[in-house]
Design a protein around this ligand. Structure first.
Ligand code: TYD
Length: 208
């Protein structure tokens, strides 16, 4: 795909502070007069709606079905003719995305064979690889404390054991993809403003 904007993905375990960092980075783009768009997965599109119900426990599904829905949601997110990521990038807008296929590699491969998750996501990877994936690395204990303070409803994936396994699965996935993916890890245990400054320095120094 011939794109004019850049696709920057944020990843991290639940409670890592991704969404705060995305907001701060979007402001930094705007300050520089650059067109920027924030988006996230799961989306609220056709497959995304169902995923939100599964994540909140309202609907039950086998982990393989959930994994397949994440793939469907991702493809819809990319190709949707109204507001799809590919179209937005083509228009020259920078896209900051909260979660992409590394989330599936990390979360779904805890329950579904890793090879299946990788191959099921290959169409998305061939269609659009991130210009960079920014991983906010926070200790699972810190993340869990933030989650229990800030949330009314704890989602199905939010337990200390699970977050620890997911963090491990992220590290595994980064390692197995190191030849094809650009991943930059930031220490998410620092104060939010300090992390934001480090991310800003990296993005405007090396990516944009
Ligand atoms: P997110 O919206 O980041 O959670 P929150 O806003 O509550 O911090 O993500 C929702 C959940 O979806 C999160 O637990 C991770 C999970 N998820 C997957 O399991 N696989 C995926 O491919 C994606 C995109 C998300």
């Amino acid at each position: 795909m011939q794109k004019k904007g850049k696709f920057i993905v944020f990843e991290g375990i639940d409670g890592s502070g991704k969404s705060t960092q995305i907001k701060m980075l979007a402001k930094a783009f705007q300050k520089r007069g650059l067109d920027v768009c924030e988006t996230l997965e799961p989306t609220f599109g056709i497959a995304g709606e169902v995923l939100h119900e599964i994540l909140s426990g309202k609907k039950k599904a086998d982990p393989k079905v959930t994994a397949a829905l994440f793939v469907a949601d991702r493809l819809d997110h990319l190709t949707n003719p109204e507001n799809g990521v590919c179209k937005t990038l083509d228009e020259g807008t920078y896209v900051l995305c909260d979660r992409y296929y590394f989330s599936s590699y990390a979360y779904q491969s805890v329950e579904v064979p890793k090879e299946w998750v990788f191959s099921a996501n290959s169409l998305a990877a061939e269609t659009l690889r991130p210009d960079c994936t920014i991983f906010i690395d926070v200790a699972p204990e810190v993340a869990m404390e933030r989650i229990s303070k800030n949330r009314e409803n704890i989602e199905i994936y939010e337990s200390l054991e699970r977050l620890t396994a997911v963090r491990c699965a992220y590290m595994d996935a980064f390692d197995s993809m190191k030849d094809v993916e650009k991943v930059k890890v930031f220490d998410g245990n620092k104060p939010a403003e300090k992390i934001a400054r480090e991310i800003e320095e990296f993005v405007f120094g090396e990516l944009v």
